[in-house]
Design a binder for this molecule. Structure first.
Ligand code: NAD
Length: 485
């Protein structure tokens, strides 16, 4: 095993878990056995919460301008070690080195945002009547938890770490049991950046530890990112236990293509969106709805897709189970009458026969009732549906239970504006394949792509990670003067 047994990280130290159960981590790139992680228990969580509770009084009382100094230094460490972290992200997740570098660059941008928090959390103050002032201030919540998925081993944890901690909270991180390695480096650099012991802790494991987090009376808030199925479980369980919860779920993103769209740009954007990170992005293009005559654009999408080669500019999917699930979706669509224009089934990479690759796949003449039209495939697959009108295309988009992102490709500003208003998704793109808002804008979907109020990044995350204190003070200035004399 290249990295041996992974330990938990509690109170600034690596710590053996109490659990007897372990899970093996293999690299999707070539099947190499990388590490083993413990399935921690409630007893491990107790230790982490105790460490975080002990650290909270001093950390929360540290002025925010001092707290963010840690994140200036952490940002510098991320920049300095960008290639090292990217290599580990690629190795444990299977994405290409280029995609892993982009992921770490995003971690840097997220941290940069956190360093600006002192500028963003100044409260309001107003003299509401003679000598009476009302003011607001943001107070941290206490011990908070962050539960993360496998598809961005470094970026999604950094959606929560810099903001929640810079705002004065202490954190329990639950990594994905499929990709726990990147977080060991992140913990090391947070400590090196000067974060006091106990402010950030890692408890490894699977659903057992997630349930324990939702139940733990010492945890005030839970943020979750993962599939909709588990987001619902976590949201229900955490709020049942009277915790604040923000749970981001899965996605089925629709790209509406109008006949006037610029063919080359549209095809390049769609091919990149559906295949980037092997389609394992909650922002991936998953269903394209062609309005009217768009065959010339579909031909170009196929041309672009054929340029994407597993093992070269396309990474692996997370594991064999995932590869088989994606290939099953394609076969089922074919059996139901859809046409496979580009077929990524059975992909292998020479010398990496134990890697789990799926080639780019373009499926045409998909109908709304097919599973490939409705469900999240989480692979490099685009399902193409056809309609005669833009309203029919919007009906398909609106009928999806998800609502993470939607995009439209057109040169007509009025049509673009119409889609921006009518699409039922939290993040909208116009001529953009992956409409991820950049900092300081917030990231977050609608409908079954997100449960809870607010968004997970950007300005909107401040509301989630803090509680607002409203103070009213009364000082009669004249009495004050008398007393002084
Ligand atoms: P997942 O839901 O399987 O796992 C996410 C986390 O939940 C992991 O830490 C895992 O240990 C835990 N978990 C798994 N099953 C559980 C259960 N039954 N009970 C309690 N906890 C459980 O998700 P994944 O496969 O790791 O990640 C892929 C999913 O995440 C996709 O659906 C993707 O769209 C979604 N995702 C969404 C966003 C977003 O912003 N909306 C971002 C990234 C990923």
């Amino acid at each position: 095993m290249k990295y041996g047994s992974i330990k938990n990280y509690i109170n600034g130290k690596l710590k053996e878990a109490h659990s007897e159960r372990t899970l093996k981590i293999t690299s999707p790139l070539d099947g190499t056995l990388l590490a083993e992680i413990p399935c921690s228990t409630a007893a491990d969580l107790d230790e982490a919460v105790e460490a975080a509770r002990t650290a909270f009084p001093a950390w929360s009382k540290t002025p925010v301008k001092e707290r963010v100094q840690v994140f200036f230094r952490y940002k510098y460490l991320l920049e300095q070690h960008l290639q090292e972290l990217a290599a580990l992200v690629s190795e444990e997740n299977g994405k290409t080195m280029g995609e892993a570098v982009a992921e770490v660059e995003k971690c840097i941008e997220l941290t940069e945002f956190a360093t600006s928090l002192p500028q963003l959390i100044t409260g309001e103050v107003l003299e509401v009547s003679k000598g009476v002032e009302c003011r607001t201030s943001h107070a941290p919540l206490g011990v908070v938890a962050s539960i993360v998925p496998f598809n961005f081993p470094a970026m999604v944890p950094n959606w929560t770490i810099p903001n929640a901690i810079a705002l004065g909270n202490c954190m329990i991180m639950k990594p994905s049991e499929k990709v726990p390695l990147s977080l060991t480096l992140i913990a090391k650099w947070l400590k090196e950046a000067g974060l006091p012991d106990g402010v950030f802790n890692i408890v490894n494991g699977d659903s057992e530890i997630v349930n324990a987090i939702c139940d733990h009376p010492g945890i005030e808030a839970v943020s979750f990112v993962g599939s909709t199925k588990v987001a619902k479980i976590v949201y229900r369980r955490a709020t049942q236990n009277l915790k604040r919860c923000l749970a981001l779920g899965g996605a089925k993103n629709h790209l509406l293509v109008l006949p006037d769209a610029k063919p080359d740009m549209t095809a390049q954007n769609i091919a990149a969106s559906m295949s980037g990170c092997a389609g394992q992005r909650c922002m991936a293009a998953s269903a394209m709805v062609g309005v009217g005559s768009v065959d010339h654009i579909i031909d170009k999408i196929c041309e672009e897709a054929r340029k994407i080669v597993p093992g070269e500019n396309l990474g692996a999917v997370i594991n064999r189970e995932s590869k088989e699930r994606i290939e099953r979706y394609i076969t089922e669509a074919e059996q139901q009458g859809a046409r496979i224009l580009v077929d990524g089934r059975g992909a292998t990479v020479n010398g990496k026969e134990n890697g789990t690759y799926v080639g780019p796949t373009v499926i045409d003449h998909v109908t709304p009732d097919m599973a490939v039209a409705r469900e999240e495939i989480f692979g490099p697959v685009i399902s193409i549906l056809r309609t005669d009108t833009l309203d029919q295309a919007l009906d398909i988009e609106n009928a999806s239970p998800y609502g993470n992102a939607a995009s439209v490709f057109t040169q007509n500003g009025g049509m673009a504006r119409y889609v921006m208003e009518k699409a039922s998704a939290g993040m909208i793109g116009v001529n953009v394949g992956v409409p991820v808002p950049r900092e300081p804008f917030s990231f977050g979907g609608w409908n079954e792509s997100k449960f809870g109020v607010g968004d997970i990044t950007g300005k909107s995350s401040i509301e989630f990670w803090t509680k607002l204190k409203k103070s009213t003070t009364k000082w009669n200035p004249e009495e004050g003067v008398n007393w002084m004399s």
